[in-house]
Design a protein around this ligand. Structure first.
Ligand code: BES
Ligand code: MN
Ligand code: ZN
Length: 497
């Protein structure tokens, strides 16, 4: 999708669609201008159609008198007092969906809406992001594609001409974030027979080639991991015919001497549970168990595109969790790279095993902050549903920064405890710890975080459990690209501080 900024008026724009908003029954300034130009036709037509201006509701109006555009698209934003970043994003998203079959060109007046707490820069980035994300399709494996006839040129109307040059970077930022989001969605949606660990590593290398000045990509195979003593990672990978891969992507946008932010993503390209086999129903969704790694690759993509002045290391911990004659058994004890031993009581608690070695490995970067991103526990979905991700960190300042980034990007997270009191639940009679809690599923998201905490004592660390938010099920099944928006917002705030 192409974007432009323009100082213009709604009634005289000769374009395919003019996009305007209505908060409940209240017309936005641009919608009111159209109503006046059409001699009251617009408001009457909306009334006849029963349009209520609910969030995300759309109404197309054709051939209005006195209006140059082919059609007018009115989008609901909900009540004006509730207007926020999310309702704006929802409106822009709905507008793009409504134009999925064309016309190809539109002029949107959504950026003119006053939204409490959002600058014009924010509004433009949000609308661009929502429009790109709204035009997303995943049809690689359909022999009949719906085809690309939809909106592909969006002009955002800006009230002041003089402001336009200064707003171009907001366009670029929105596009970079959306590109990262859609990249993460693509990787999540790919079937697990194609998207295996080596495939993810190849994708990372290809990204490194595309941005060879901005990114450095390095891939460790199982031999390398064996040398490093990554016994926990390899215990997950050993049951699979596919080789496990630890992908390290370095982005150096900041000062040479500045300590990096390190992002570590769980990249289990398929999670059968291993010998502790999962039940069959819905197991296909465990192809999304690499969405943490996909989000990290999405962030690295967005960083390279945006040129944000910050140093970031992205690590993708990719393995396939399969049952086989070579697979890990419940009861096996392994030694992690940190030297700590783990009794693997349940091979389905594999995420923490691939992550713990990756978290030890990245200690060498002397990171300023480490954030791991993982579809780690079903218990997190029980606790928080599919609305917010679970945030775990002993560091109040880091928690506040991530919660704020979630709020601002509309990709929200909610803090959960990581208290020492939970640690004893991980005691094992035979090893330094077990990989599951003796308390069973109770507090399962927390005990998983407490397991990771044992490997992150040397730096500032936060863990995002994205099991509930990384993909949608049912009719809308597909990757969401979360938490790429949250992470990009966090990195941007950090780069500006
Ligand atoms: N990938 C799953 C977590 C998951 C399950 C995410 C369902 C989203 C939806 C993870 O590897 C897992 O299997 N966790 C177990 C841990 C348990 C064995 C302690 C779980 O949540 O049941
Ligand atoms: Mn599992
Ligand atoms: Zn898993």
């Amino acid at each position: 999708m192409e974007f432009q900024l323009k100082h213009t008026f709604p009634a005289t724009e000769k374009t395919g669609t003019v996009i305007v908003a209505a908060s409940g029954s209240e017309l936005s300034p641009a919608a009111r201008a159209l109503d006046e130009a059409s001699g009251g036709h617009l408001a009457r037509a909306l009334k006849t159609a029963g349009f209520e201006g609910k969030p995300g509701q759309t109404q197309t109006l054709y051939t209005l008198p006195g209006i140059a555009a082919e059609q007018v698209l009115v989008v609901g934003t909900g009540e004006r007092r509730d207007l926020d970043s999310r309702s704006l994003v929802r409106a822009a998203h709905a507008a793009t969906r409504a134009l999925a079959k064309g016309p190809r060109k539109a002029v949107s007046f959504l950026a003119e809406l006053e939204v409490p707490g959002l600058s014009q820069e924010d509004r433009i980035s949000d609308i661009v992001r929502a429009s790109v994300e709204g035009s997303y399709r995943f049809e690689d494996f359909k022999s009949r594609k719906t085809g690309d006839k939809g909106l592909n040129q969006l002009t955002l109307a800006v009230a002041e001409k003089a402001a336009i040059p200064g707003l171009k970077k907001s366009l670029a930022w929105g596009q970079a974030v959306a590109t990262g989001v859609n990249r993460a969605r693509d990787l999540g949606n790919l079937p697990p027979n194609i998207c295996h660990p080596v495939y993810v590593a190849e994708q990372a290398k290809a990204l490194g080639k595309l941005h060879d000045k901005a990114l450095d990509v390095k891939v460790l195979g199982e031999k390398d991991m064996k040398k490093l003593g990554m016994g926990a990672f390899l215990a997950v990978s050993q049951g699979s015919e596919q080789e496990g891969q630890l992908v390290v992507i370095e982005y150096k946008g900041g000062k040479k001497s500045a300590a990096p932010v390190v992002l570590v993503g769980k990249g289990v390209t398929f999670d059968t549970g291993g010998i502790s086999l999962k039940p069959g129903a819905g197991m296909d969704e465990m192809k999304f168990d690499m969405c943490g790694a996909a989000a990290v690759l999405g962030v690295m993509t967005a960083l390279a595109e945006s040129g944000l002045p910050i140093n970031v290391v992205g690590v993708l911990a990719c393995a396939e969790n399969m049952p086989s004659g070579r697979a890990t058994r419940p009861g096996d004890i392994v030694t992690t790279m940190s030297g700590q031993t783990v009794e693997i009581l349940n091979t389905d608690a594999e995420g923490r095993l691939v992550l713990c070695d990756a978290l030890t490995y990245i200690g060498r970067y002397k990171p300023a902050v480490v954030i791991d991103i993982a579809t780690l526990t079903g218990a997190c979905v029980v606790a928080l549903g599919k609305v917010v991700s679970g945030l775990f960190t002993p560091n109040d300042e880091l928690a506040a920064a991530l919660i704020d980034a979630g709020q601002r990007s509309g990709d929200r997270t909610w803090r959960m405890p990581v208290l020492p009191d939970y640690q004893e639940l991980l005691d094992s009679p035979f090893a330094d710890m077990a990989n599951i809690s003796s308390g069973g599923p109770n507090g399962g998201a927390i005990t998983a975080a407490c397991f990771l905490q044992r490997f992150t004592r040397d730096y500032n660390w936060a863990h995002l459990d994205i099991a509930g938010v990384a993909w949608l099920s049912g009719a809308q099944k597909g990757g969401t690209g979360r938490p790429v928006p949250l992470l990009m917002q966090y990195l941007k705030s950090r780069a500006q501080a």
